[in-house]
Design a protein around this ligand. Structure first.
Ligand code: 47U
Length: 330
């Protein structure tokens, strides 16, 4: 089988991209953030502390004839930005893009942290990382990709994220109409569980491409592009008035600034991120100071090719016995 689901940015800053996911019988449709940087499928639910629910769609297991409690199982996930959620585990039927996992572990939240409560556009996450990142106890539960991969025509899913418009995630098929040129594949290191790869270098504006290994993760669940200090400083050195602001916790500049393109290498291929994608958003609504879409990864401890980078490319997440990433321009 193969399938495709539209994915839409949740706001004008492309802060996250959601997909409709059907859970249970009859179907309860929730808008989940497909996240290649984590491996828990968790949802706002009828069990979530009422004061922590703020407009999200919820999954009510008791209303589904196919839900089953996984006795004794709990989960607690903590993301790099310190956001958290935790709860218990059910299995139920889950359908994405016409593809069904008949007994998918659905991690039902009993509590979520403030940043999830305040985002009414996201009803949970669907993790598409490797099982080692799954937080369920006493044992990890399989991801949606784990559960469908054996039925897919090809053991892959692809990401075609776009700026300010709907894109798509495809499962089991590589749609060559969605990219230009050819795909360049690079090896993935699945330790500790991310889609971790090595970029072959970078270029800033019209400057010469710098061949250098940049290890990072392809992470659809992270908004921005986070890279090493030297690269980030070199980039913002070309933006007059840019500064690394303690107030705002990162690089800022005048919203009227013209930003250079940023190129990153994948093998011999090059992906160009338009400078406009790096003008992420005003620091506060209406401000003339804007926060950069490229930020320093030092405090994170790993480079993250988040949505700012991914939306400039067509990306194949190849889950074959030797996982790899395919990259193409579009
Ligand atoms: C690792 C990291 N440090 N910092 C500052 C950020 C933003 C990250 C990435 C991150 O937290 N991503 C995330 C958050 C919630 C849900 C899914 N992914």
């Amino acid at each position: 089988t193969s399938g495709s689901v539209a994915t839409s940015p949740i706001d004008s800053s492309d802060d996250a991209y959601s997909i409709p996911v059907s859970i249970g019988t009859p179907a309860q449709v929730l808008n989940l953030d497909l996240d290649t940087g984590s491996s828990d499928l968790w949802v706002f639910s009828s069990l979530t502390t009422a004061s922590e629910v703020n407009g999200q769609n919820i999954y009510t297991p008791s209303k589904s004839s196919t839900s089953k409690l996984v006795s004794g199982a709990t989960w607690k996930v903590k993301y790099g930005d310190e956001s958290t959620s935790s709860g218990v585990v059910y299995t139920d039927k889950v359908t994405v893009g016409g593809i069904t996992a008949s007994s998918q572990a659905v991690e039902v939240a009993k509590t979520v942290s403030a940043s999830f409560t305040s985002n009414s556009d996201i009803d949970g996450l669907i993790g598409m990382g490797f099982d080692s990142l799954n937080s369920a106890k006493p044992s990890a539960v399989p991801t949606f990709f784990d559960n469908i991969i054996g039925n897919l025509d090809s053991p892959v899913f692809t990401a075609d994220l776009k700026h300010n418009k709907a894109g798509s995630y495809d499962f089991g098929v590589i749609d060559s109409s969605k990219y230009t040129g050819s795909l360049t594949y690079v090896a993935v290191d699945t330790d500790p569980g991310y889609w971790k790869f090595t970029s072959s270098g970078y270029g800033i504006g019209s400057a010469a491409f710098k061949s250098t290994s940049v290890v990072g993760i392809a992470d659809t669940g992270t908004t921005l592009l986070y890279l090493d200090t030297a690269i980030v400083k070199a980039y913002y050195a070309t933006v007059s008035g840019a500064s690394n602001s303690a107030t705002y916790g990162g690089w800022v500049f005048k919203c009227s600034a013209t930003l250079p393109n940023f190129v990153f290498g994948v093998g011999s291929a090059k992906i160009t991120i338009p400078g406009s994608y790096i003008n992420y958003s005003p620091v506060t609504t209406g401000s003339s100071t804007c926060f950069g879409g490229l930020q320093d990864s030092t405090d994170i401890g790993i480079n993250i090719f988040g949505d700012v980078a991914l939306k400039a490319a067509f990306v194949v997440f190849d889950g074959s016995d030797t996982p790899r990433l395919g990259w193409a321009s579009k």
